[in-house]
Design a protein around this ligand. Structure first.
Ligand SMILES: *Cc1c(COP(=O)(O)O)cnc(C)c1O
Length: 374
């Protein structure tokens, strides 16, 4: 494949000397969990996000799940989630025993549509869990207003939005707490599974430190039914090397996104991502829409251009949530028409900090030639 959708090896090569030194430091220390590297990374990441606390955990799914657990969300409760997005957000709710309540998204931004939230609130609703999808912040001002009015927790799924900003601040600092993933392909990725929670709530942070470690703050004193969900020292050390590069890498993505926008405006029935005023997305993915998606994807594949679909099956139609034991409602096609349409039309084009302008131009040329031939 000539142009992969994302290539992770150049990031390692760019920082290889520092990463190798960091790994060696950990191996020499003989401490592999809950050590100095994690404590230092937690401080550095909290500072970068602009929150008082950061709690490193094993992955993004458990980051979200742990916050809900810490706030006592469980069986009988409901949590509002986006109908269009990744299934992990729903699973974090389901694994607490609570029920995910899907809410349609705005077609332009792909994010939770605040105007549709109020109608979904019941006496059982405990939290709103917006995703900053594809690297762009959800409309947090509107979401927070609704949450305050109804006394709900706001938990951001910031797994795709490291460094994204809107008027009021950075992703991860815009609700009561946020879950981040450092899965290797994220804008800030480790070389294994890893995740973190950010929050300004000191009481919540303390509970989370226990919950990620078998519910224990003091060895063999177990105050809560916790998980084993720790961010390991090797990953923390690697993330400390990569964090200072994040802003520059996001800026490179932004330059490439502008290049796409300039060359793909008014091409066929292609719909480009909408960026509201005061939103500074970090282009985790560059997602276009077309009713000719299958043919366009085949055309690009034939030219050696990698694409992906994020995501082809909305969670409400997935096997997981169709199953009677999922504890969820049984949804049908047609229940969330916007999410279903997006699942049928979205296509992610190559974007990453190590793609070149020439590669993006090649992709644009191939997209244009596809629509010209029609
Ligand atoms: C990656 C991702 C997650 C899950 O993160 P893991 O580290 O893979 O558990 C959750 N939500 C969204 C939106 C994601 O993109």
């Amino acid at each position: 494949m000539k142009i992969p959708i994302l290539d992770l090896s150049p990031a390692y090569r760019e920082l290889q000397a520092d990463l190798d030194a960091a790994y060696r430091r950990v191996m020499d220390s003989g401490q592999f969990l809950l050590g100095r590297e994690l404590a230092a990374f937690e401080e550095e990441f909290a500072r970068a996000v602009g929150t008082a606390h950061c709690i490193g955990v094993a992955n993004g799914l458990e980051a979200l799940q742990l916050v809900l657990m810490a706030r006592g969300v469980g069986p009988g409760d409901e949590v509002i989630v986006p109908a269009h997005g990744y299934i992990a957000t729903w699973l974090a709710v389901t694994h607490t025993g609570a029920m995910p309540v899907p809410c349609e998204c705005d077609e332009g931004t792909f994010n939770l549509d605040p105007a549709r939230i109020a109608a979904l609130i019941t006496p059982r609703t405990r939290a709103i869990l917006p995703i900053h999808l594809y690297g762009q912040c959800a409309d947090m001002a509107a979401i927070n207003l609704i949450a305050v009015k109804h006394g709900l927790l706001v938990l951001e799924d910031a797994a795709q939005a490291h460094g994204a900003r809107i008027q009021s601040g950075a992703a991860g600092s815009l609700g009561n707490a946020a879950g981040f993933s450092f899965y290797p392909s994220k804008n800030l990725g480790a070389f294994a599974d890893a995740g973190a929670i950010t929050t300004n709530d000191g009481d919540l942070a303390g509970k989370l430190r226990a919950l990620r470690n078998y519910g224990s703050r003091e060895r063999y004193h177990h105050e809560a039914l916790g998980l084993n969900s720790r961010l390991d020292e090797l990953s923390a050390a690697a993330l400390r090397v990569k964090l200072p590069a994040l802003a520059a890498w996001n800026a490179r993505r932004s330059v490439l996104a502008s290049r796409y926008r300039a060359q793909l405006a008014k091409v066929g029935d292609l719909i480009l991502p909408f960026v509201p005023a005061a939103s500074e997305p970090v282009w985790h993915l560059f997602v276009v829409r077309t009713t000719h998606r299958t043919a366009l994807q085949q055309h690009l594949t034939a030219q050696g251009i990698g694409t992906q679909i994020h995501y082809p099956i909305p969670p409400h139609l997935s096997g997981a949530y169709g199953h009677p034991t999922s504890g969820a409602k049984r949804w049908r096609r047609g229940d969330f028409p916007i999410a279903e349409k997006l699942a049928d039309e979205v296509l992610s084009l190559p974007i990453g900090p190590h793609h070149t302008a020439e590669q993006i131009d090649t992709v644009c040329g191939a997209v244009r030639s596809f629509f010209n031939q029609r």
